[in-house]
Ligand binder design. Structure first.
Ligand code: PMP
Ligand code: GLN
Length: 388
C-alpha cells in the first residue's frame, strides 16, 4: 500500500519527458530533435577560463550568494542590455542553473495554498516545484495556432488567493516572445492586484527579429519582479548549470534562503568563467541567435515540406507543429511512433498542458543543432510514412 501511494505521489515528478526522449533517441539511434541542448559548445576562451579556475585553486565552496566577480558581471549585463541598475551585493544571487532559481524562488516565496498564475503550456519544472511548494497553479493558456496571451483569460485567472505570476518569455515550448503590449497587460494586472512576478528569461538573447523586453523594465515593475536567467542558453553551456536571480533585495533574499538548503552554493570554478563570458564575450549571444535563426528557418521549411503545419517561433530553440493534419489522434502517439518510422525524436507538447484539448496535437522540435543534423532529420522525415 505504502509503495503504491508512493508510486502515485512520484507520478508528477517522474523522469522528465526530456530525459525519457533523449534516452529513446540513444536507444533507437535517432536524430534527437527533442531535448533542447546545442551540439556545439560555447566560446573556447570561456572554457579556458574554467580550466584556469580549476587548476588555479577555485575548488572549494563559493560564497552561497555567488562569487563577487559573477554577481558584478550579472549586474553589468543587466545594465548594458536593459539599463537595469542592480546592487551586486544584495540584488543578485547565483543559482545552479535557472532550474535551481525556479525551485528556490517557489520554495522561498510560496506558502501552501498560494495561487500562482502561470502560462500554459508550462516548462515542466514549474509544475513540479509549485506542487512541492504547496502552491496552486492557475493556468493561462497560449493557444495554437498563434500562441498569444489572452489578457481576458489572464484577468480571469487572478483570484483573492493569487500571489504570484510565473512568466516565461521567450516561452518554452511555444517559442512565443511576449510583446511589450502583452507584458504591459501582465504588469497592469500585477500592479492592480499587488502580485509579485517571477519571470524566467533564460532565452532572453535567443530572439529572431523581435525585441525581448524584460518585464522588470516596465513602470512599477522593478520593485515586484524577480528575474531568472542562466548561461546555459545564452552561451551554449547547458551542462554548466550556472544561473542567477535578480531583483529587489527581499525577493533575492527569499531565493537565497531556500537555495542554502538546496545546494548551499554553486560550482566555484565555473562562476569566474561565466563572469568572463558576460563581460568579455558580450556579442556571442547575438551571433548565436543569428545562427539559430537560420536553423529555425531550415527546420520550419523542412517540416512544412513533409506536410506538418508549423508555427515559426520568434524565440527559443523550438518550433511547434500540429500533427492532427497527418491524421494522428494525438502528439504522444506520433512521438512514440516516430523513432521507428523515421529515426527521429521530438517532444509531445501535451505533457506541458493541463488542458488536454489545447495540447493534444502539438509536437515540439528543437533546432539548436548543426545544419547537417537538422538536414539529416528532415531527410529521414521526408523518407518516412508520417501519416497515421
Ligand atoms: N527555464 C526554461 C524555460 C528552460 O527551457 C530551461 C532549460 N531547460 C530552464 C529554465 C533551465 O535552465 P538551466 O539549464 O539553466 O537550469
Ligand atoms: N530546457 C530543455 C528543453 O526544454 C531541457 C532541459 C531539461 O532536460 N530539463 O528541452
Amino acid at each position: 500500500m505504502a509503495t503504491q501511494r508512493l508510486a502515485q505521489r512520484l507520478h508528477g515528478i517522474a523522469p522528465t519527458i526530456f530525459s525519457e526522449m533523449s534516452a529513446l533517441a540513444v536507444r533507437t539511434q535517432s536524430v534527437n530533435l527533442g531535448q533542447g541542448f546545442p551540439d556545439v559548445d560555447g566560446p573556447p576562451e570561456v572554457i579556458a577560463r574554467a580550466v584556469q579556475a580549476l587548476e588555479g585553486g577555485h575548488n572549494q565552496y563559493a560564497p552561497g550568494v555567488g562569487v563577487p566577480a559573477l554577481r558584478h558581471a550579472v549586474a553589468r549585463h543587466q545594465q548594458r542590455h536593459y539599463g537595469i541598475e542592480l546592487d551586486p551585493d544584495s540584488e543578485v544571487v547565483v543559482t545552479t542553473g535557472a532550474t535551481e532559481g525556479i525551485a528556490a524562488a517557489l520554495l522561498g516565496l510560496v506558502d501552501p495554498g498560494d495561487e500562482i498564475v502561470v502560462l500554459e503550456p508550462y516548462y515542466d519544472s514549474y509544475v513540479a516545484m509549485i506542487q512541492m511548494a504547496g502552491g496552486v497553479r492557475r493556468p493561462v493558456t497560449l493557444r495554437a495556432p498563434d500562441f498569444r496571451l489572452d489578457v481576458d483569460e489572464l484577468r480571469a485567472a487572478v483570484t483573492d488567493r493569487t500571489r504570484y505570476v510565473l512568466l516565461n518569455s521567450p516561452h518554452n515550448p511555444t517559442g512565443t516572445v511576449l510583446t511589450r503590449a502583452e507584458l504591459q497587460a501582465v504588469a497592469d494586472v500585477a500592479v492592480e492586484r499587488d502580485l509579485v512576478v517571477i519571470t524566467d528569461e533564460v532565452y532572453e538573447h535567443l530572439v529572431y527579429d523581435v525585441e525581448h523586453v524584460p518585464i522588470s523594465t516596465l513602470p512599477g515593475m522593478a520593485e515586484r519582479t524577480l528575474t531568472l536567467s542562466s548561461a546555459g542558453k545564452s552561451y551554449s553551456f547547458t551542462g554548466w548549470k550556472v544561473g542567477w536571480a535578480t531583483g529587489p533585495r527581499e525577493l533575492v533574499q527569499a531565493v537565497l534562503a531556500a537555495k542554502q538548503w538546496l545546494t548551499f552554493t554553486s560550482g566555484s570554478p565555473l562562476q569566474p568563467a561565466v563572469a568572463h563570458a558576460l563581460d568579455d564575450e558580450p556579442d556571442y549571444p547575438a551571433r548565436l541567435a543569428a545562427e539559430l535563426r537560420e536553423r529555425r528557418d531550415l527546420l520550419c521549411a523542412g517540416l512544412a515540406k513533409v506536410g506538418l503545419e508549423v508555427r515559426v517561433p520568434e524565440g527559443t530553440y523550438f518550433a511547434t507543429t500540429d500533427v492532427g493534419g497527418l491524421g494522428w489522434p494525438d502528439g504522444m502517439a506520433f512521438c512514440l511512433a516516430l523513432p521507428e518510422r523515421a529515426g527521429v525524436v521530438a517532444i509531445p507538447s501535451q505533457v506541458f498542458h493541463d488542458d488536454a484539448d489545447a495540447g493534444r496535437h502539438l509536437v515540439r522540435w528543437a533546432f539548436c543543432k548543426q545544419p547537417e543534423i537538422i538536414e539529416e532529420g528532415l531527410r529521414r522525415l521526408a523518407a518516412a510514412q508520417l501519416h497515421a
